[in-house]
Structure formats: C-alpha cells, structure tokens
Design a protein around this ligand. Structure first.
Ligand code: MCA
Ligand code: AMP
Length: 362
C-alpha cells in the first residue's frame, strides 16, 4: 500500500489535552505538544523494542496516557497492529489471547489482579492452554499504580512473564522503567528512560543520595507544555530551574528507583485512576443532608486503594441513598465504597481535617 505523505506540522503546536485530577478540586487539562508526544512515544518504542510485527490489545480507556500513548500511539508509530475491546472483560481478553496473535500487553495492576482471579477459576486444561499462549508473548507491561509483589509473582507463575513495571504521569508520560532486557526488580520502577532526566529533591531543596527519600522531579522533552488556561498552576508545578515536580516520593536503591508514596494524602489511586479526595468531598457537601465530610483512600489488594468517606450528617440518610445520589454526579470509580458516620470530623490545631485519623476509623 503506498504511504501518503503526512502534512507538515510545527512540533511546537499543541497536540493533545488529557484531564488529570490533582490536589485541586477540579481536574486540570494537561496540554502536550507534538514534540512532547514524539519524545514520549519514541523513548518507549526504542526501550521496549516495538516493531511492525507486534500485535497488541487495548483494554484501557483512551483518555489517559497509558491507553493513548503507551498502547495506541506506540503501536501506530511502529506500524504494529492494535485490537480493541469496548470494555474490560477477563473472558474476552483470554479469548483473544488464545487466538495466538497478540504478543504485547499492557494494563494496570487491578487488571492483572482480575485476570489472575479469573484464571484461577478455570479448569486445569484451560489454564494450561492459556499459560502456553501467554508464554509466547514478547512483552507484558504494568503501571499507573504500584504493582504488588504478590501480583507480579503470581502473574509469573501463570504466564511465565516477569511484568515490566514502569512509572509515569499524565504531565510527563513515562519517565522511569524497568529494563526490557535485564533485571525487572519487584517493587521497583526501574531506571530513567532515554532522554528523561530524574532527580530526587528534599524539602530543603537538597538533592538526595542513595536510599534517601525525595520528591521525583523530571526534566526532558517528554514534559508537558502547560495546564490548559491555568498559567499560575503551570508555574507552580515547576521549580525555578525548570524541573517538573511530580509530588511522588521515591528513593534510589542500588540503581533502581522505588516509589515510597505521595506528598499529598488528597490524591487517591484506585483501579489505576487518579482521583482527587477534594473533588469527591465537594460533591458530597452539596447533598442537603450532609453537613461535612472527609474522603480518604484505603489500601486494597485489588484496587490499589478504595475510596472511603467519613460523614457528618444533618439528617439521617442511608449509604445506599448517598451512593445512588452520587452516581448521578460522579463516574462509578469515584464513588466511595465505605462510609463512617461521625458527630464531628477530627481536626488539628489549624482546624484542618486530619486525614490519617479518618483512615484509622476504618
Ligand atoms: C469499579 N468498581 C470499583 C472501582 N471501579 N470498586 C472499587 N474501586 C474502584 N475504583 C466496581 C464497580 O462499582 C462495579 O461494582 C464493578 O467494580 C465493575 O465496575 P466497572 O466500571 O465495570 O469496572 P471495570 O470495567 O471492571 O473496571 C475496572 C478497570 C478500570 C478495568 C480496572 O478501572 C480501568 O480501566 N482502569 C484503568 C484506568 C487507567 O487506564 N488508568 C491509567 C491512568 P458494582 O457492580 O458492585 O457497582 S494513569 C496514567 O495514564 C499514567 C500516566 C500511568 O502511569 O499510566
Ligand atoms: P495520572 O496523573 O493519572 O497520570 O497518575 C500518575 C500517578 O500514578 C503518579 O503520579 C504515581 O503516583 C502513580 N503511578 C504511576 N505508575 C506507578 C507505579 N509503577 N508505581 C506507583 N505509582 C505509580
């Protein structure tokens, strides 16, 4: 098939906006240029050795980097094949795996957890067939949230693959990755990708040494241009010398980065989605029977974290009624799974709700 020439596009032009939740109550639009996308895609194509004979399956939403950049854009850049399923289904994923064409697969930890659970429910002959198909894959990647070591080990038992865990963010796409060749260290996100500079910064603006925790800061052509129509938020997220402040805390351990946590308790990662506790609280406070509330993320093996809410009520109302009301205003993955009702929220001397005390209540 003759390949038509593509139109000339100035690479400094804006190419894409993806919305991301953060420590503000409204999601921000992350604007990336064509040059940003080129850098984000080409570093992965090189590092993970994509070719036009690859065949992948997109099971992820397209309004996030994981689906749109890592899966689809890398496949298109390489001339590879990309299949889609309209919504997540373990049955459908394994049915397509069994056809024997797919050789590259990428997903969030929750999806690997769900695939393991489904695989375990199958008869042994079916399990063996699937294992044989998966062993022929070239690459299996996991990211968007911490991959529990238990999931990595179990997936190795059933597929023969050590998942390649990598670290990224909407504003920078992928920054740190375990190697394609070489040791994929459980519980670690790996080394900086080619073209990406990484440093760990302490509270007093000192660069951290081996095993000292610090905020991950990123520089490179992969880093986004601006938040849509938010010049001051854009400025605040960069240091004076131009490093992007991720808000994630890590340390360096024998050459590999390990994520230790986040600087904000108000960011929740559930099912690979990044959620703002403040955004959920703001919606809850509109409810006529809710006086006040505090939202937190609780550790969970399947979802990474689950959303939980502590409520002070004006009038008696059930959890079910609150959930029905919330589902008309928020997508399902933002709706709290657990509730506690209290007379008063715990606060510190400054009057700020102490989120760690809320977590203890569960
Ligand atoms: C859904 N359910 C949940 C959650 N989500 N329960 C607890 N916590 C949650 N977060 C419940 C629903 O209420 C429902 O239960 C049941 O699970 C099925 O819901 P459904 O919406 O059908 O869920 P699903 O289709 O099974 O979705 C699970 C999923 C999805 C496939 C893991 O969450 C997903 O696609 N996640 C990936 C998101 C992603 O791509 N993130 C990347 C962004 P009931 O029936 O009882 O109500 S991060 C990124 O791009 C950065 C750059 C990076 O590093 O990659
Ligand atoms: P998002 O803003 O949706 O792009 O989510 C990015 C966030 O996901 C990062 O700031 C991290 O907190 C988290 N994240 C991504 N990959 C990993 C990983 N491999 N391990 C732990 N956290 C991760």
């Amino acid at each position: 098939i003759p390949i038509a020439e593509l139109p000339y596009i100035d690479k400094s032009r804006k190419a894409m906006i993806l919305y991301t939740s953060g420590t503000t109550n409204k999601p921000k639009g992350v604007v990336s240029t064509h040059a940003n996308l080129e850098a984000q895609i080409s570093t992965l194509v090189t590092s993970w050795e994509w070719t036009n004979s690859d065949h992948t399956l997109c099971v992820l939403p397209l309004h996030h980097v994981h689906g749109i950049v890592n899966v689809i854009s890398c496949a298109m850049w390489s001339g590879a094949t990309c299949e889609f399923i309209p919504e997540f289904s373990a049955v459908e994923i394994f049915r397509l795996f069994k056809k024997g064409k797919i050789n590259v697969f990428m997903a969030v930890p929750t999806i690997y957890f769900k695939l393991i659970t489904y695989w375990e429910s199958l008869p042994i002959t079916e399990q063996e067939l699937l294992t044989a198909c998966m062993k022929k894959f070239r690459l299996m990647v996991c990211g968007s949230a911490a991959l529990p070591v238990s999931v990595m080990e179990k997936w190795h038992q059933i597929s023969g693959h050590w998942l390649l865990e990598r670290y990224g963010m909407t504003e920078i796409a992928m920054a740190i990755s375990n190697p394609f060749h070489g040791e994929r260290r459980p519980g670690h996100v790996g080394l900086p990708l080619p073209g990406v500079s990484v440093r760990l910064m302490g509270d007093s603006e000192e660069i951290k040494e081996e095993l000292e925790p610090g905020e991950i800061q990123i520089k490179g052509p992969n880093v986004f241009q601006s938040y849509w129509n938010k010049p001051s938020a854009t400025q605040e997220t960069f240091t004076e010398d131009g490093w992007f402040k991720t808000g994630d805390v890590a340390h360096l351990d024998a050459g590999y980065y390990k994520i230790l946590g986040r600087s904000s308790v108000d960011i929740i990662k559930s099912g690979g989605y990044k959620l703002s506790a403040l955004e959920i609280e703001e919606v809850l406070r509109i409810h006529p029977d809710i006086e006040d509330c505090g939202v937190v993320g609780l550790p969970d093996e399947e979802w990474g974290e689950v959303v939980a809410a502590v409520l002070v009520l004006k009038n008696v109302i059930s959890k079910e009624e609150i959930n029905t009301w919330l589902r008309e205003r928020l997508p399902g993955y933002k709706v709290p799974r657990l509730y506690q009702f209290v007379e008063e929220l715990p606060r510190n001397a400054m009057g700020k709700v102490t989120k760690n005390d809320l977590k203890i209540m569960f």
